[in-house]
Design a protein around this ligand. Structure first.
Ligand code: SF4
Length: 338
């Protein structure tokens, strides 16, 4: 693995999607050595002049000055009532300040192994705890427990939600599809600890992979376990395959699970140009993908998990973000479907 120390100019980037309950994106590393074979974020390495399929987990960029840059950026941002960070929005668009939730680790795990050495996530959390910001974290690492003191401090004064991605309870499969993430049992221990500490905890049951992690019996076991832990929300989704993921996923399936090769080529072999066109033309394939989506939706629905209200989402629902939204009187919904 090649580690490149870089200096960033900006720490927080605005997220413009009205379907996501976050307003800011904070990525402390670029690339991720957890090496999940299905990782949708691989394409982001292509912006850096690397290949998404091969380099994403081999060339990791470490933003060594990010805590200082984050602090400077937060100092410049407007706040409302001295409370949580708010996203400044352009005037004349029919809406006021929108409360801002910072999503950390969206395209690169903030607790990947390099964090043990660099401790940049911890330093950023110190800044966030002092400034009083709302955050949402998603990780596959139990290293997060190292920072429980800071997370508790943030949760005391602000919104803080921590989600763990668990795609399967079968460690043998997890070792193949997400080889360098924390062991599944360690993620579960971390989930319990965080829940016990009073911080809202979520399960990201995604991506569900056909033939590998989609068995009803196994999914029920995982959902039952989440219910037992008392998770505050579950986000689920089936596998979606971008062009650069195909380059790694298809050979992987061919080598490790050759009996599934035909299924993957059938479901995901349609042309999927970069960043768009992820719907297959074949109506039978579309139908099958829809059935899989419905099955997962109904299955998760049976367990009646609570849904956590993100401050950003609540505000958006109450207040249209654009003139068009206002005109059409449509309420933006949180939509995370694959
Ligand atoms: S942990 Fe997340 S960012 Fe890292 S490789 Fe896996 S899916 Fe990608």
């Amino acid at each position: 693995m090649q580690v490149e120390e870089i200096k960033c100019k900006t720490a927080l980037n605005p997220l413009k999607s009205k379907f996501l309950p976050f307003d800011w994106d904070l990525n402390i590393y670029r690339g991720c050595s957890h090496s999940c074979v299905y990782c949708f974020a691989r394409y982001t390495h292509e912006y850096l002049g690397h290949t998404g399929a091969k380099d994403f987990d081999k060339i990791i960029k470490v933003k060594i000055n990010i805590p200082e840059v984050l602090e400077k950026q937060l100092n410049k941002m407007k706040r409302k009532g001295g409370g949580a960070l708010h996203r400044p929005v352009p005037s004349g668009t029919g809406h006021r300040m929108v409360q801002g939730v910072i999503s950390i680790g969206g395209i690169s795990d903030l607790y990947q192994p390099l964090e043990k050495k660099y401790q940049l996530t911890r330093k950023c959390l110190e800044v966030i705890a002092n400034k009083g910001c709302d955050i949402s974290i998603c990780t596959k690492s139990s290293l997060i427990l190292r920072d429980l003191d800071l997370l508790k401090k943030i949760n005391k004064n602000n919104f803080c939600a921590i989600a763990f991605t668990i795609t399967t309870l079968d460690q043998k499969i997890a070792d193949k599809i997400e080889p360098f993430a924390s062991k599944v049992k360690d993620r579960i221990v971390a989930m319990r600890e965080i829940k016990k500490s009073g911080i809202p905890v979520g399960l990201h049951l995604m991506p569900v992979m056909p033939g590998l992690t989609d068995r009803e019996k196994d999914l029920r076991k995982l959902l039952k376990l989440a219910k037992g832990i008392g998770v505050n929300y579950v986000i689920y989704g089936n596998l979606g395959v971008r062009a650069c993921v195909k380059k790694i996923l298809f050979p992987f399936i061919q080598e490790e699970f050759p009996e599934l090769s035909g299924l993957y080529r059938r479901l995901y072999g349609y042309p999927a140009p970069f960043g768009a066109g992820r719907r297959p033309r074949d109506s039978k394939v579309r139908q099958e993908l829809n059935q899989r989506r419905e099955f997962l939706k109904n299955l998760v629905g049976e367990y009646k998990f609570p849904s956590l209200k993100f401050p950003g989402t609540m505000r958006r629902r109450a207040q249209p973000r654009t003139r068009n939204d206002e005109k059409n009187k449509k309420t933006p919904q949180l939509r995370l479907r694959f």
